[in-house]
Design a protein around this ligand. Structure first.
Ligand code: AP5
Length: 213
């Protein structure tokens, strides 16, 4: 099963992708996670991506397409995968189609996580994470036992710089202008499915399981 997860920031793509990938033994490829790791390590990709990410803008298509092409060439997407946060523009969607066709790989579904803007702002202003172990928390629904520190290793929690409200609002605008057009692209390919992502994480997962049954 080869899936694309689409949706605005904070719609739960990452949360659901991690859970489904674990249950179905799929490769979970999040371009956001790859880019954040590159920024942390100070690689050439990270240096080029950082200023765009801080402002909530998209990283240029050529960098992202190159990254995915590299993964496909290395065989990372041969056994079933979830692409989380890619593609995000029409050129990315078209390149993905070409790259997969070249390797005789077909997408099974593009799943759109549908959620309202104010819910996105609420979720992302409550998101905290532990820098070394990456454990995620969300205030007030999923708080650590001790305020501000990770349950696993007691490290002080941090927020993603792009979760600051003004940046989140820009990310939502960027999503509407640059990413929403690919909904039509996948509708035309007859593989688009929409899920109500405004429910609890467990209810969203149940809806997702029905779609991939
Ligand atoms: P990326 O990391 O992909 O950010 P995003 O799409 O904005 O996704 P988020 O991680 O914020 O949200 P999500 O939908 O995964 O939700 P999550 O499960 O985390 O990209 C970051 C940046 O990298 C981009 O802005 C861009 O600069 C660059 N980039 C990445 N890919 C690119 C590309 N293809 N092209 C160009 N640039 C690219 O959940 C969010 C929070 O809500 C969590 O705290 C979670 O616990 C909570 N939550 C989840 N589900 C629920 C629920 N059902 N109810 C309540 N809370 C929930």
């Amino acid at each position: 099963m080869n899936l694309v997860f689409l949706g605005p920031p904070g719609s739960g793509k990452g949360t659901q992708a991690a859970r489904l990938a674990a249950e179905r033994h799929l490769v979970h490829l999040s371009t956001g996670d790859v880019l954040r790791e590159a920024v942390k390590l100070g690689t050439e990709l990270g240096k080029q991506a950082e200023s765009f990410m801080k402002k909530g803008e998209l990283v240029p298509d050529n960098l992202i397409i190159g990254l995915i092409e590299d993964r496909i060439k290395r065989g990372a997407l041969r056994e079933g995968f979830i692409l989380d946060g890619f593609p995000r523009t029409i050129p990315q969607a078209e390149s993905l189609k070409e790259m997969l066709e070249k390797h005789s790989i077909a997408l099974s579904k593009a799943i759109l996580f549908d959620v309202e803007d104010e819910e996105v702002v609420r979720r992302l202003s409550g998101r905290w994470y532990c820098p070394p172990c990456n454990a995620g928390y969300n205030y007030p629904a999923q708080m650590p036992q001790s305020d501000g520190v990770c349950d696993q290793d007691m490290t002080p929690l941090k927020r993603r710089p792009d979760d600051e409200e003004s940046v989140v609002r820009n990310r939502l605008e960027v999503y509407k202008k640059q990413t929403e057009p690919i909904i039509g692209f996948y509708r035309q390919e007859s593989i688009l499915t929409k899920i109500n992502a405004q429910q609890s994480p467990d209810a969203v997962f149940q809806s997702l399981l029905k779609e991939v049954a």
